[in-house]
Design a protein around this ligand. Structure first.
Ligand SMILES: C=C/C=C(\O)C(=O)O
Length: 258
């Protein structure tokens, strides 16, 4: 019987010491998605014992760009803690990260709980207070990003932090699939994508999340922030890099690294 507590503990220690571990899917070739989510919950429990507070969820692997990049074929999710939320304009310190990357997304702040049992696009839209542009910093506690689906699930969706832009838009005031995003690195354009890259509509990602969380009895509550997943590929970062993403009708988000 696989001890998922031990797996969560390995991820927790790897993050704390900045020492990556071998892929869990190599060490435990029979690891299932359910066991990987159980390991993630153990990691979450240990973080909470340390005093970290869950502020929301990240959804990952919702675009073809990210699924192709990591060789996976379905979305996953992770937990966002208070100490993972960085202020725009303050450089993100990479010294404790292992192999950081950045990606740009559409995020939602909820004004009502979402019940994953009877969720629809309409109930999700009604539960959203506002839409905000976001950067997610991802990192892999698994050596060299050699991850399979179960590795990134156990590793809290490979999340390391988030930065939010200043503009907040009501969900009724924006057509999310048609939002065009452009990504710039150190002033040069790197990439572009549309909101539709995220499961056709980033709101669909929240529907997916609510259902997935319901399976494990995890709530999605008013006040939480939800990152809907990267529109384009994640990019490696190093100290001194500065990134900006502009989102049509949604403003922009800036993130720099020290
Ligand atoms: C491994 C992480 C993937 C994401 O965060 C994403 O696709 O947004």
């Amino acid at each position: 019987m696989l001890a998922t507590e031990e797996l969560g503990n390995q991820i927790y220690r790897a993050e704390k010491t900045s020492q990556p571990i071998s892929p869990l899917t190599e060490t435990y070739p029979d690891l299932t998605p359910d066991q990987a989510y159980a390991a993630q919950l153990e990691y979450v429990r240990k973080r909470q014992v340390d005093g970290a507070v869950v502020k929301g969820k990240k959804i990952g692997l919702t675009s073809k760009a990210m699924q192709d990049m990591l060789g996976v074929d379905r979305p996953d999710y992770g937990h966002l803690f208070d100490d993972m939320i960085f202020t725009e304009g303050e450089p993100v310190d990479t010294s404790r990260l292992i192999a950081p990357r950045v990606e740009f997304e559409i995020a939602f702040v909820l004004k009502a709980d979402i019940d994953g049992e009877n969720v629809s696009l309409e109930t999700v839209a009604k539960a959203i207070d506002y839409v905000v542009p976001a950067a997610e910093i991802i990192d892999s506690r698994i050596r060299d990003w050699k991850i399979k689906f179960e590795d990134t699930v156990a590793d809290n969706g490979s999340s390391a932090g988030a930065v939010f832009g200043k503009q907040q838009v009501k969900p009724d005031d924006i057509d999310l699939p048609s939002v065009k995003m452009e990504v710039f690195k150190n002033g040069e354009k790197l990439d572009e994508g549309y909101g539709s890259a995220v499961l056709g509509n980033p709101l669909e990602a929240v529907v997916w999340l609510a259902r997935a969380l319901h399976e494990y009895g995890i709530p999605l509550k008013a006040g939480e922030v939800v990152l809907a997943g990267a529109l384009t590929k994640a990019v490696d970062v190093k100290p001194g890099d500065r990134f900006k993403a502009t989102f049509e009708n949604l403003g922009e988000v800036d993130v720099s690294f020290s």
